[in-house]
Write a protein of this length. Structure first.
Length: 260
């Protein structure tokens, strides 16, 4: 493959795999944050609106602005949040197109390791936050084996294929998140690990959902069918499959919050 970039263009495919994982992690994340109700939120890298919707379901925001570089993802987000006080913007994390001190809470859900310069991305989040606002994020624990499709990634390496990783996977550990938030001048910094689990009807249900992972779909398509079947069989052997064929799978994320 010549284009070694992770792209998020299909909101529906993203929802089937990562959107559901994101909301599971986000539910624990918001329970941990315990934010006040009726806040003005900014969701940076909002994607297809999975976490944005969770905000409305859990913390009754007064208003949410979401920003993302994928029009395909935003189209899905606008449909799912129709009728709610959510506004979606096409754009990047740096620079953010908002005035200083605009929001009561600023969040990045599963995004920070996709920002090429996470320090600048965090600086922008802090800039648009009001004094006293919470600035927070959670990311998959990439090097701790926490990514939901980690069994596939491990087996790909056995096939001599180096899977795509987020460009700044190095910021996914708790110590690195602590360092970033401290260097940004944020106060009252806290971190935690989030462990979640999903149950799938069977292995094929789990496997087909994993095609929604943007880091895997293009690589699957580039493999010849015989090798892809071998990969699938290898992954199946390492999965925990219940007596009725169901697959229970865990993932792990790292979270951080600080106050401006």
């Amino acid at each position: 493959m010549t284009d070694r970039q992770i792209r998020f263009d299909d909101g529906e495919a993203y929802e089937r795999f990562m959107g559901k994982w994101s909301r599971l992690a986000g539910d624990v994340f918001l329970e941990w944050l315990k934010p006040k109700l009726k806040l003005h939120w900014l969701d940076v890298g909002c994607g297809n609106g999975a976490f944005t919707e969770l905000l409305f379901d859990r913390v009754d925001p007064r208003e949410v602005h979401g920003i993302d570089p994928s029009e395909g993802q935003l189209a899905y987000a606008r449909t799912r949040l129709k009728g709610r006080n959510a506004t979606f913007h096409l754009g990047a994390a740096t620079p953010l197109p908002f005035p200083d001190g605009s929001f009561d809470a600023v969040v990045m859900a599963l995004v920070l390791f996709f920002v090429s310069e996470p320090e600048k991305g965090l600086q922008e989040m802090v800039r648009v936050a009001k004094p006293g606002a919470a600035v927070s994020a959670y990311v998959w624990d990439i090097f701790g084996g926490g990514f939901p499709a980690e069994p596939i990634i491990d087996e790909m390496r056995a096939f001599g294929i180096e899977p795509l990783r987020p460009p700044r996977a190095d910021v996914s550990s708790l110590p690195e998140l602590q360092r970033l938030w401290s260097s940004a001048g944020l106060n009252s910094i806290s971190t935690r690990t989030i462990e979640i689990e999903r149950t799938f009807e069977d292995f094929d249900d789990w496997w087909s959902s994993a095609r929604g992972a943007a880091s895997l779909a293009a690589m699957f398509d580039a493999m010849n069918p015989a090798d892809l079947e071998k990969l699938k069989a290898a992954v199946r052997r390492r999965m925990s499959i219940g007596a009725n064929g169901e697959v229970r799978h865990r993932a792990q994320a790292n979270a951080v919050v600080g106050t401006k």
